[in-house]
Design a protein around this ligand. Structure first.
Ligand code: NAD
Ligand code: DAU
Length: 336
C-alpha cells in the first residue's frame, strides 16, 4: 500500500505514523506536511531511518505538488489528517482554516480521483455536529450544525469528500472523533496547556464557568480506529469514534493540578470562548458493531502516562513555548 498521509507531523498524524510503522510492514508512507506552527518533525524521530517512510514538506493546497507526489510514489491510498485544528485560532482569524481545511482537502480529493485511489480517509471531528444539551449523544445521523469557523470548515470538507464519492465513485470514508489527548499534543490544547502551566506555576485559564463537557479519547485508541476504518470501512460511510469518557473541563484541570501536587489557586476563570459549544458526547456503536473496534485505554491510566510524557519531554515543549507560541499566548490570554 502506498499511502499519502497528509498532516503527519502534527499531534494525531505523528502518533499514527509512529504506531503504523512500528506494527506494520505493508505500508509505504509518504508524509506530506506544511510544517505550520503545529507540525514538528521531532515527533517522528523514530521513523527517520525507516525505508517505508518519506517526508515531503509541502502544502495540501498545492495542486501541482499533489500531482507530482501521486505520480512519483504511485499513491493508491490517502489518509488526510492535515488541518488547521484549533478553535480559538479560528476565532482569531478564519481564512487559513477555509484554505487548508476545505480547499486543501479538495485538492487531495481531486488528485485521488485522477489517480484512481482505492481508499481516501478524511479525518473529521465530532465538532461538525454542533453542541449537545445535558443529555443525548452524537450519532452518524445527527444533522451537521457546526458553530465555529474551525468546525464549519471541517464540515465543508466532509461534504466535499462525500460529494466526490457520490459523483465520481471515489471510495471515501470519514471518521468523526471526539477530543484526543496523549504525547506530542501542541500546548495550545486544554490538557497540555494545563499540564505545562501547572509545571511552570502559571495561571490556568478556564473559559466561562468551566462546566463545558468534552468526551476524551487516548490518541492511540483513535488511531487504531482510523486504521480499521481505513482498511475495512465501507465507502461513502461515516464512522464516529469516541471512548465514552465525558469530563467537565474544570474536573480535568483539578485532576491535573492534583496529580502534579499543585494548588487549585492557580485556576483562573477567564472570559469565555465566543460561541463555546456546551457539550460533546459520541455514540460509537456503529464502529463497534460493524468493525469490532473498542477503546482499550482507561482514562485514569492514560492521563497519568500523558502527564508523565510531558514531565519527561520538557525539551520538546520548552522549545515550542519559547518560540512564536509566545505571541499567540499573549493575544489569546493576555500576559499573566
Ligand atoms: P495538529 O494541529 O496537531 O496537526 C495538524 C498538522 O497538519 C500539522 O502537522 C500541520 O503542519 C499540518 N498542516 C496544516 N496545514 C497544512 C497544509 N496546508 N498542508 C499540509 N499540512 C498542513 O492537529 P491534530 O490535533 O493532530 O488533528 C489532526 C486531524 O484530526 C485534524 O484534521 C483535526 O481536525 C482532526 N481531529 C482532531 C481532534 C483532536 O482532539 N485534536 C479530534 C478529532 C479530529
Ligand atoms: O472534539 C474534537 C475537537 O477537539 C477537535 O476537532 C479539535 O481539533 C480539538 O482542538 C478539540 O477542540 P476543543 O475546542 O474541544 O479543544 P480545546 O482543547 O481547545 O478545548 C477543550 C475545552 O477546554 C473547551 O471546552 C474549551 C476549554 N478550554 C480550552 C483552552 C485552550 C479552556 O477552558 N481554557 C483554555 O485555555
Amino acid at each position: 500500500m502506498n499511502v499519502l498521509v497528509a498532516g503527519g507531523a502534527g499531534f494525531i498524524g505523528s502518533n499514527f505514523i509512529n504506531y503504523i510503522l512500528s506494527t506494520r510492514d505493508d505500508y509505504l508512507i509518504v508524509n506530506l506536511d506544511k510544517l505550520t506552527y503545529a507540525g514538528n518533525l521531532e515527533n517522528l524521530k523514530l521513523c527517520e531511518k525507516n525505508k517505508n517512510y518519506h517526508f515531503v514538506k509541502g502544502d495540501i493546497t498545492n495542486n501541482e505538488l499533489a500531482d507530482y507526489l501521486f505520480k512519483k510514489y504511485e499513491i493508491n491510498f490517502v489518509i488526510n489528517f492535515a488541518a488547521e485544528s484549533h478553535v480559538d485560532r479560528s476565532i482569531l482569524g478564519s481564512e487559513v482554516f477555509y484554505r487548508t481545511n476545505v480547499i486543501g482537502t479538495n485538492v487531495l480529493l481531486e488528485a485521488a480521483r485522477r489517480y484512481n485511489v482505492k481508499k481516501f480517509l478524511q479525518v473529521s471531528t465530532d465538532e461538525v455536529y454542533g453542541s449537545l444539551g445535558s443529555t443525548g449523544l452524537f450519532t452518524e445521523q445527527t444533522p451537521l450544525s457546526p458553530n465555529s469557523p474551525y468546525s464549519s470548515s471541517k464540515a465543508a470538507a466532509d461534504m466535499a469528500a462525500l460529494a466526490v464519492h457520490h459523483t465520481y465513485g471515489l471510495p471515501v470514508v470519514i471518521t468523526r472523533c471526539s477530543n484526543n489527548y496523549g504525547p506530542f499534543q501542541f500546548p495550545e490544547k486544554l490538557i497540555p496547556l494545563m499540564i505545562i502551566n501547572s509545571l511552570n506555576n502559571k495561571k490556568l485559564p478556564v473559559y466561562g464557568d468551566g462546566l463545558y463537557v468534552r468526551d476524551w479519547i487516548y490518541v492511540i485508541d483513535h488511531n487504531k480506529a482510523v486504521e480499521l476504518v481505513f482498511e475495512k470501512g465501507r465507502a461513502g460511510e461515516v464512522y464516529n469514534i469516541g471512548a465514552s469518557r465525558e469530563m467537565k473541563n474544570i474536573d480535568i484541570v483539578k485532576l491535573i493540578l492534583n496529580k502534579l501536587g499543585k494548588s487549585e489557586e492557580l485556576i483562573e476563570y477567564v472570559k469565555d470562548r465566543p460561541g463555546h459549544d456546551r457539550r460533546y458526547a459520541i455514540d460509537s456503536s456503529k464502529i463497534q458493531n460493524e468493525l469490532g473496534w473498542k477503546p482499550k485505554f482507561e482514562f485514569e491510566q492514560a492521563i497519568d502516562s500523558t502527564i508523565d510524557w510531558y514531565l519527561q519531554n520538557k525539551n520538546w515543549w520548552e522549545r515550542i513555548i519559547s518560540g512564536e507560541y509566545k505571541k499567540y499566548y499573549e493575544v489569546q490570554y493576555g500576559i499573566y
